[in-house]
Design a protein. Structure first.
Length: 158
């Protein structure tokens, strides 16, 4: 059994202002990813719509409310509520309220290696592209025809 004081875990994030505390390593999890996020008004969990083709995600809101953009429209999750996204379901969470929100993100399996974005392949027309780490920004590769888009526009422009 392992325990951790969440406030003692250093905040790490791809975005400098985002308060993201990775709890998987301090707890020694092997099969599940666990992160706590504290989002100020206007902050997002990710830069835009995406799906994990190889991971399901559950978000538990413990304080405030979080709006998830989905293909079916926006879904607001309030404190004391949870939402699940199956592998392949597009989603993006944002704090559209005027107060901070605290949410736990749980993903299984722990490591995700196949992140998809709703960008059509210019070669074969496949409906989504796989995110591949690249230079200044992520590249995109078509899972169908293997076409590579290097340094595509930022996700906000898709």
């Amino acid at each position: 059994m392992d325990t951790v004081v969440i406030d003692d875990v250093a905040s790490t994030s791809f975005e400098t202002e985002l308060d993201r505390r990775g709890l998987s390593d301090p707890l020694g999890t092997t099969d599940v990813a666990l992160n706590q996020y504290r989002l100020a008004p206007g902050q997002r969990l990710s830069t835009g719509l995406h799906a994990h083709a190889d991971q399901e995600e559950v978000f538990v809101v413990v304080d405030g409310e979080l709006t998830f953009e989905t293909e079916a429209g926006d879904v607001v999750v309030h404190d004391g509520e949870a939402i699940r996204f199956a592998p392949g379901e597009l989603q993006s969470g944002k704090n559209a309220s005027d107060a901070d929100v605290v949410v736990f993100a749980i993903g299984a399996p722990r490591e995700t290696t196949d992140i998809r974005v709703p960008k059509e392949c210019p070669e074969c027309g496949h409906e989504d592209m796989r995110v591949v780490a690249g230079g200044e920004r992520d590249n995109l590769r078509c899972p169908e025809c293997d076409c590579l888009l290097e340094n595509p526009p930022p996700r906000e422009e898709w």
